[in-house]
Design a protein around this ligand. Structure first.
Ligand code: PGA
Length: 251
């Protein structure tokens, strides 16, 4: 089974609307002629409209960095799936470790966000990953299992076609420390087997699992050569068009 690679840039809380639009145009230029893989950009909410406009017609997917489960209502500070779609986004990240750790989002909340986005037709990227402490105490697989099971709770098999999982070891995010190729492949293989258990073989075989955590031009080729690594979720190296351009064009 060959899965279409997905190369995603998470811009976090970087770039004004004008800066984001410029970066999106530059990324689109690097992505020109790239037809055998998908490119996704997740700018801050404030830049979504401009980015969507800049990449219109290129096939680049625009995503929110988070999304609420409700369509509208008294949810100060939140953005609904309808609002994302209104600005031209068709996807959203949920469960990023910065949301889990800094903003105390729980597995239950992340699951609601995921289901809310799926119900509105968005492609959802569920981010999971263990902390250094969890890895060092031998709990990695247990933590991943808990995050996958609770993240996908009550998600119907038919909706799994729009679910992507991003494995991001917390200790590798923004630290310059990438998981070793073996550590990454081991986690990805584990996640895929888990999805076989939760759903079925075909769903697991076609689901994309991205690696994230200090992905850069220097390590992308080796990562993408692993059988269960289907793409990357890139933070720091996605803020520069040339380095993200190189990542998109991995060989
Ligand atoms: P990084 O971030 O590439 O800067 O490590 C990845 C992420 O948080 O998605």
């Amino acid at each position: 089974m060959t899965r279409r690679a997905l190369m995603a840039g998470n811009w976090k809380m970087h770039k004004t609307a004008a800066e984001a639009k410029l970066l999106a145009e530059q990324v689109a230029a690097f992505g020109q002629g790239v037809t055998d893989r998908d490119i996704l950009l997740a700018p801050p909410f404030t830049a979504l409209g401009g980015v969507a406009e800049a990449v219109k017609g290129t096939g680049i997917i625009v995503a929110g960095q988070n999304v609420c489960w409700e369509e509208q209502g008294a949810f100060t500070g939140e953005i609904s799936p309808l609002m994302l779609k209104d600005l031209g986004a068709s996807a959203a990240l949920v469960g990023h470790s910065e949301r889990r750790q800094i903003f105390r989002e729980t597995d239950e909340m992340i699951n609601r966000r995921l289901r809310g986005g799926l119900d509105q037709g968005l492609t959802m990227v569920l981010c999971i990953g263990e902390t250094l402490e969890e890895r060092e105490s031998g709990q990695t697989m247990e933590i991943l299992e808990k995050q996958v099971r609770s993240g996908l709770a009550e998600v119907a098999a038919a909706q799994m076609i729009r679910v992507v999982i991003a494995y991001e070891p917390v200790w590798a995010i923004g630290t310059g420390k990438t998981a070793s190729i073996d550590q990454a492949q081991e986690a990805h293989g584990f996640i895929r087997r888990l999805v076989v258990d939760l759903y079925e073989k075909d769903i697991a075989a076609s689901m994309r699992i991205l690696y994230g955590g200090s992905v850069k031009p220097a390590n992308i080729d080796e990562l993408m050569a692993q059988p269960d690594i289907d793409g990357a979720l890139v933070g720091g190296a996605a803020l520069d068009a040339e380095s993200f351009g190189r990542i998109i064009n991995f060989s």
